[in-house]
Write a protein that binds this ligand. Structure first.
Ligand code: PEP
Ligand code: MN
Length: 337
């Protein structure tokens, strides 16, 4: 359930409502907005009469949330969430571009990637040091050494770092080097990992599973939020359909759908979303037009020789051109790059 406080409700009134909610068996999460404070109650009885909250001083309304996710629902933070990290705001006016290679391969590769990313005007360097491979014979990843190289390359170019964490044993290590921890599509329902990330006080980029519905994505986000980590950024990265001309089907409609259902920012990954370099730029443009708060784009200094995901990685000049186009486009939809 959700209790929306009146505009100007006092701290004493808010505390009294929280106390009453706790008495009724709810775990209470508070969201202090510009106008209204919203109290999200998780747990508690289903048959409870909400009127007992509505009559308390300072309460505007009490609502039962029908969706299985509560803290991820738009009602919990009607104004939307802006995730602030290292001076960058994700979910605000700026469309935040996160770019870099699929995997961190070696110092030269990641340094060159970082230069291209920074020159294009992106804010965040991506790169997998731990890789989730569909095939057991795929490239294993560079591990901690890769994370170190990624961090150094980012720092030298004034960028932040996003990198994937595969399981609970890696959380502390990845958190030491990355500003944002990425949960891969194949891990969207790794609930033990999500719970662990809920304890962290660092942003999490949560990718939609390959066959996951939007509701399942939001339920996965709820696992992180319910641990008290409210800095969750969702990511549409393409889903499995019967279509074979692209590796996945980029579900652009998920962007406005999520915007309506949830307050969380959502970014789009047209690289994994299509699997093909020549489809990345048009899908990136479409995602921004549809309201994406950011993009996760793969770019490699020499994609034909990339150790992973070369086919979906942009060449440096293609990335530059993408950024040039986005800078012109974004103002048409009330955004900037
Ligand atoms: C990635 O972005 O590096 C990646 C592996 O993506 P996904 O989890 O979406 O397949
Ligand atoms: Mn990939």
């Amino acid at each position: 359930m959700i209790v929306v406080m009146q505009q100007g409700a006092t701290e004493e009134q808010i505390d009294a409502v929280i106390e009453r909610m706790v008495d009724a068996g709810f775990d209470v999460h508070r969201s202090t907005g510009m106008v209204h404070t919203v109290l999200g109650g998780v747990g508690g009885g289903d048959d409870l009469d909400l009127a007992i909250f509505e009559v308390l001083e300072g309460v505007k309304e009490a609502l039962r949330i029908g969706a299985p996710y509560k803290l991820a629902s738009r009602g919990f933070r009607p104004g939307g969430t802006v995730v602030e990290v290292g001076g960058i705001a994700i979910g605000g006016e700026r469309v935040v571009v996160m770019a870099g290679p699929g995997s961190v391969e070696n110092r030269e590769q990641i340094e060159r990637s970082a230069e291209v990313v920074a020159r294009g005007g992106a804010a965040i360097l991506r790169g997998g040091a731990f890789k989730q491979q569909g095939s057991p014979y795929g490239v294993p990843g560079t591990g901690e050494e890769g994370l170190r190289l990624l961090r150094e390359a980012a720092d030298r170019n004034g960028l932040l770092v996003v990198s994937e964490v595969l399981d609970v044993t890696q959380v502390a290590l990845v958190a030491q080097y990355a500003d944002i921890l990425q949960v891969g599509a194949r891990n969207m329902q790794n609930f033990t990992l999500l719970r662990e990330l809920g304890k962290l006080r660092k942003p999490v980029l949560l990718k939609r599973g390959i066959s996951a519905t939007v509701e399942e994505l939001l339920l996965s986000a709820e696992h992180i939020l319910s641990g008290g980590n409210y800095d969750v950024i969702l990511c549409e990265r393409g889903i499995r359909t019967f279509e074979t001309y692209t590796r996945h089907t980029m579900d652009i409609s998920a962007i406005p759908v999520v915007k309506k259902l949830s307050h969380l920012p959502i970014v789009a990954d047209p690289s994994n979303g299509t699997g093909r370099r020549d489809k990345v730029v048009p899908m990136a443009r479409a995602a921004v037009a549809a309201g994406a708060d950011g993009l996760l784009v793969e770019v490699h200094p020499d994609p034909d020789r990339a150790l992973s995901d070369g086919a979906q990685s942009l060449r440096p000049e293609q990335f530059e051109e993408l950024m040039r186009q986005l800078k012109m486009m974004a103002p048409a939809v009330g955004r900037r790059i």
